[in-house]
Design a protein around this ligand. Structure first.
Ligand code: H79
Length: 443
């Protein structure tokens, strides 16, 4: 039997409304971390801190007063919403998620509820309006990241030990709710909210509030999509409730990691993997040579894996304090976009194909056309790509996407077929479209 919960999920199973279907079809998004931490970029008083740049205040032990002084330096004169949106579009991103307030507490929008915001910087202007308008006009769905954890707000607490803490946190909850409603009211195009910084005891002790907040925000904006990080249940369980059921609209625990590629259980819920290009830098860091930088093919493989298991891939970018993306990010965005131009049919609107994973790469299936794709990353020495099909199916045709070239097939038994590649060297991942037909014999 299931534990009875007052503050569990709002529903069970995958959402099937148009807004959530669109989220699922998008498959590929751009994450943007931008805040005061983008100014020092991991360097403080000449010393470089290797830990995540958005954590510099903590890792360099900078006082709140000194950190808050960065507000007076925030002046991203090079920011251009249209240029950002066109870079994202050229990359093939179908949605974007922008940090409106990270752990530092600084708000990128002019908020009625704090002085620690864009309005009180030398820049002054509402850059989020320019951002939301530009991306929306480019046909990219806008999502807003919001950290509940707040190093600036005097009422933030991690644990509620005294009555004073409880009272302070009550004020903090009101502040949080006010800001979220404010965001939805100010930016009507926004499709969803991406919560972070909800792992502390204070939030686990407030499952009821997280539930009521989800209800309230969804009343304000029908179709709104929230990640699982928002939620805690009656007993302080996060993401998944005490019965193991997902809360929120998609599982967002896949931070800088992917599920096992052969794990089919993840296909039961919507989920999203958020990923950095270096090892662990979300905000702009001046020195990316400190860790491995994923190359375009590694990132494409992650995108393909997500699609093959019914998940989205949210790739992070960290513009600097002036509003400029680093050269490496621009190059990677361009290279991903080049690949997507030819191969995106295997990504957008695709889902788990129901076929056993093989070592050469990933199967995806377009949910509308029913077409099955093979996204190939590892060409075997034999140039033969194994496909295992259910008994009732056979491959009738296999074509290289882009070139259109038809590939030879070699059938071994009723459910094992090999797609034969022309023996040559393959320099980047490629896609094969399969036509499947019902196998009359086995009926
Ligand atoms: O915004 C990016 C990061 O800055 C932010 N999330 C992404 C999207 C982030 N904040 N913290 N972290 C990432 C890592 C923090 C991990 C810890 Fe914990 C928090 C260690 C202990 C408390 C979470 C809860 C992991 C273990 C327990």
């Amino acid at each position: 039997g299931k534990i009875k919960l007052d503050y569990g999920p709002l529903y069970h199973g995958k959402r099937q409304d148009p807004a959530m279907k669109k989220w699922r079809e998008n498959r590929f998004g751009q994450f943007i971390h931008w805040g005061l931490y983008s100014i020092p970029g991991g360097v403080w008083e000449g010393k470089t801190y290797g830990y995540a740049a958005e954590f510099l205040k903590a890792s360099a032990g900078i006082s709140t007063e000194r950190w808050n002084g960065l507000k007076d330096e925030f002046n991203p004169t090079e920011f251009n919403g249209k240029e950002w949106a066109s870079m994202a579009k050229a990359m093939g991103a179908k949605y974007v998620c922008l940090t409106t307030k990270h752990h530092e507490g600084f708000c990128l929008w002019p908020s009625k509820y704090t002085e620690f915001d864009i309005e009180n910087t030398p820049y002054q202007k509402d850059l989020m309006k320019e951002f939301v308008d530009a991306y929306s006009e480019a046909g990219i769905d806008v999502y807003l990241y919001y950290s509940v954890l707040d190093w600036y707000h005097p009422d933030w607490r991690t644990k509620l030990k005294t009555m004073d803490d409880v009272e302070a946190f009550e004020r903090f909850k009101t502040f949080t709710q006010n800001q979220l409603v404010e965001l939805l009211e100010r930016y009507p195009q926004v499709k969803g909210l991406w919560f972070d910084g909800t792992w502390d005891q204070c939030w686990k002790d407030n499952g009821k509030f997280s539930y009521e907040l989800e209800v309230l925000l969804k009343e304000k904006r029908p179709g709104l999509i929230v990640n699982s990080r928002l939620r805690a249940d009656d007993f302080g369980k996060r993401h998944r409730d005490s019965n193991g059921d997902l809360m929120g609209d998609f599982e967002s625990g896949y931070e800088r990691r992917l599920p096992d590629p052969r794990d089919t259980s993840v296909t039961k819920n919507d989920w999203e993997c958020c990923m950095t290009i270096p090892e662990n830098q979300w905000g702009y860091h001046k020195d990316w040579t400190l860790t491995h930088q994923k190359n375009t093919n590694e990132l494409l493989e992650m995108l393909a894996q997500c699609s093959s298991q019914g998940g989205n891939f949210l790739l992070n970018f960290g513009p600097n304090g002036k509003g400029v993306f680093r050269a490496e990010e621009k190059r990677i965005a361009r290279e991903i976009g080049e690949w997507m131009k030819t191969n995106s049919a295997a990504i957008y609107g695709s889902d788990y194909a129901g076929l056993k994973k093989q070592d050469w790469g990933y199967f995806t299936k377009n949910t509308k056309s029913g077409e099955v794709y093979m996204i190939v990353f590892n060409v075997p020495i034999s140039y033969q790509l194994r496909v295992e099909l259910p008994k009732h199916q056979t491959i009738s045709k296999a074509n290289m996407v882009g070139i259109g070239q038809e590939l030879q097939l070699e059938k071994f038994d009723s459910n094992e077929t090999f797609v034969l590649l022309p023996p040559k060297s393959y320099t980047s991942p490629f896609v094969i479209r399969l036509e499947l037909k019902a196998n009359k014999k086995s009926q």
